[in-house]
Design a protein around this ligand. Structure first.
Ligand SMILES: O=C(O)C(=O)C[C@]1(C(=O)O)C=C[C@@H](O)C=C1
Length: 377
């Protein structure tokens, strides 16, 4: 796997160090481009054949053209065989788009994200599905669930956890109520910028952002804009739109939102924690087959007695299933009773996990498998 990217200036010109002829190297590139393009279209034609097979096998039933487990396998393979000089990330991004374009030939797909345009959720949706998918902005997390539930879009991308602020409770609560499943996950490093029409911090009277972003930049704001009022907005992109109308406003949002709305990035990277990362879930109504490297999200109600949760976790530990996360939420059905969201490694149909889930069903009044999906790349 290649991780270091050698830069062009350090590359030997040729084996014999003869000066290179620009026209000759460009001819070489043209010839390679010709082959790449022809191979791309051969690959797209093969994807169309796959679509035909899927349609024939489905015999009139709905077809799952999108196969995230296969995509995850391809993208992992791309990285593991990569010999450089392109980074693993760069080749994966290219293959991400090749697959996205192939899928669009099989089935044009719509995916909802927390809008408006330019949010981190928008960037997450594009990164996960590629640009050939039509991404649709929704104005709340609940609206994303609704759009998927009513079939207006096939999938939704919702934030579930931030490394600084913790769980997004609304997403967890909606997962409890909805029959939708989790079909994928991804993590994105969040870099906040202070955006404004003004060019100086001295002009800023108010700072607008989603409450999570305001919280994630609290110390920076205390130190650098102590007198500016902080005002919560429904999204960072909505804050950026407002900042466009009022030069004395600043918004906290990503650099893409700044470019999209034509605002100055007064300061880049104002988040208090440099590792600030948000984890997103892909929700849909598709059961995803095992990819070989999966995660499963469970929701359980622990019996309401001392050691109730330990009782639930014991079978996981005995079977050697590793638990990657646990979150609790009030059950809302009885006072001081909780539901636990437990993420484990493995697929619900894996031979080591499936018997444990059967055991848990006996032990708890409620077990919901919210989904098994390929682990984030
Ligand atoms: O293998 C498939 O099932 C395909 O449809 C092909 C392909 C691809 O381009 O490789 C395209 C879309 C799917 O989501 C997965 C993979």
């Amino acid at each position: 796997m290649s991780t270091d990217i050698p830069d062009a200036q350090n590359q030997p010109q040729t084996d014999t160090d003869k000066p290179l002829d620009l026209a000759a190297v460009r001819k070489e590139i043209d010839a390679l481009d010709l082959q790449i393009q022809s191979l791309l279209n051969q690959r797209a034609a093969a994807a169309l054949k796959v679509a035909k097979v899927k349609l024939a096998e489905a015999a009139g039933k709905p077809v799952d053209f999108y196969r995230p487990e296969r995509e995850a396998q391809i993208l992992k393979e791309v990285a593991s065989r990569n010999g450089g000089p392109m980074s693993d990330y760069a080749v994966q991004r290219i293959f991400r788009e090749i697959i996205s374009a192939s899928l669009a030939l099989e089935e044009p797909m719509r995916v909802a994200y927390l809008g408006p345009e330019g949010t981190y959720s928008h960037a997450a949706a594009d990164r996960h599905f590629g640009f050939a998918v039509q991404s649709v902005p929704e104005s709340s997390i609940a609206d994303i669930f609704h759009a998927v539930e009513t079939g207006r879009v096939r999938f939704g991308v919702v934030p579930v956890e931030n490394s600084t602020e913790g769980a997004i409770n609304l997403t967890l609560d909606l997962l409890t109520q909805s029959s939708l499943r989790v079909c994928g996950e991804l993590s994105m490093r969040i870099q906040h910028c202070l955006l404004s029409r003004s060019e100086s911090l001295d002009d800023i009277k108010t700072v607008h952002a989603h409450p999570q972003a305001l919280a994630q930049c609290r110390h920076w704001l205390d130190a650098n804009l102590p007198n500016a009022e902080r005002i919560s907005e429904s999204s960072n992109a909505a804050a950026a739109k407002l900042a466009l109308e009022h030069p004395e406003y600043a918004a906290i949002a990503g650099e893409t939102a700044g470019k999209l709305y034509g605002l100055n990035s007064l300061v880049v990277g104002i988040e208090d924690d440099r590792n600030n990362t948000t984890r997103f879930l892909v929700i849909g109504d598709q059961d995803i087959p095992p990819s070989g490297d999966d995660a499963t999200l469970l929701m359980v109600a622990a019996p309401h007695r001392p050691g109730g949760l330990r009782h639930i976790l014991a079978p996981l530990e005995t079977a050697g299933v590793s638990m990657t996360r646990i979150e609790s939420r009030p059950s809302r059905s009885a006072l001081w009773e909780y539901h636990f969201f437990i993420a484990v490694t493995g697929h619900q149909h894996d031979s080591n996990l499936s018997p444990v889930l059967d055991e848990l069903r006996e032990l708890t009044p409620l077990l919901k498998v919210i989904g098994s999906y390929p682990r984030a790349l």
